[in-house]
Ligand binder design. Structure first.
Ligand code: IPD
Ligand code: CA
Ligand code: CA
Ligand code: CA
Length: 269
């Protein structure tokens, strides 16, 4: 590979900052729902589409030979062996309601958008509302830039399930939600408390930053976690599915090395 993870990270950071500025501007102009997707509560706004188009076109200028895989459908196969995985607005429901917890998520992997085989090279998650830019490159550590200051990230070393602040999220499908509610009835009494902030990429970065001890969710897609899971891993965390499976649609669990198997057991019980 001629290009280094650090060079790819620089490109991801530049584009995430530009894209974040775009969605913040569109937000202040007023959000318009363009359509619904898997169900009536799974909305897509014109800003989701515009932002994905913007990121895609910037990448086409800077990395024309790479593939692209975005939530809003703008996929293309490249010739370089690298693929960019993009969630133009992670946390669209927060975006719609003006809750300042949404982000642009941009990752680049060697291979295809498959967590079983990909090699994550760089990832950036940018929340334009509080100017928080989380980023990581393979082997380079994980960092947060806020108000011009950059600091390294490290996961908490909590060992007790009973003291675990655990985040989760819920799918847009009502059938899956009923199952997720069942699982919660087992989990909630076992942990310190539960959070549902509404943006998977930021949940992963919050675990990386020690603002949460753990995060799990079912039915997430590669664009939700491709960047955030690298940030988490580079901050010393562990990400995976259940029973040794890679993270994926069945389950994504992100925490530290002490808590992973304890939470896994609960999710499997
Ligand atoms: C959603 C958010 C949410 C999570 C859902 C995701 P979107 O992404 O990350 O927190 O619970 O599973 O689909 O649709 O806002 O990009
Ligand atoms: Ca998402
Ligand atoms: Ca999205
Ligand atoms: Ca969406």
């Amino acid at each position: 590979m001629a290009v280094s993870p650090t060079e790819l990270l620089d490109i991801a950071r530049t584009i995430a900052l530009e894209a974040g500025e775009l969605i913040a501007r569109r937000r202040s102009e007023g959000v318009v729902v363009a359509d619904t997707k898997s169900s009536s509560i799974d909305v897509v706004t014109f800003a989701d589409r515009e932002c994905e188009e913007f990121v895609k076109s910037r990448l086409a200028e800077l990395r024309p030979e790479d593939g692209f895989y975005g939530e809003e459908g703008g996929d293309s196969t490249g010739t370089s062996g690298l693929t960019w995985i993009v969630d133009p607005i992670d946390g669209t429901v927060n975006y719609l309601y003006g809750i300042p917890q949404f982000a642009v998520s941009i990752a680049v992997v060697e291979g295809t958008p498959d967590p079983g085989t990909w090699k994550q090279l760089a990832g950036v998650v940018f929340n334009p509302m509080n100017d928080e830019l989380y980023f990581a490159s393979l082997g380079g550590g994980a960092f947060l830039t806020k108000a011009g200051m950059t600091s390294p990230l490290a996961v908490n070393q909590e060992t007790l399930l009973a003291h675990t602040l655990l985040a989760t999220g819920f799918a847009y499908s009502s059938e899956l939600r009923a199952e997720q509610a069942d699982v919660l009835t087992r989990i909630l009494p076992a942990v310190r408390d539960i959070r549902r902030a509404g943006a998977a990429s930021l949940d992963l970065c919050a675990v990386a930053a020690g603002q949460l001890d753990a995060y799990y969710e079912r039915d997430t897609k590669p664009w939700d976690y491709a960047a955030g899971s690298l940030v988490l891993r580079e901050a010393g965390g562990v990400v995976g599915g259940l029973d040794g499976a890679p993270e994926g649609r069945e389950m994504l669990l992100a925490t530290n090395t002490h808590l992973f198997s304890q939470i896994e057991k609960l999710l499997l019980s």
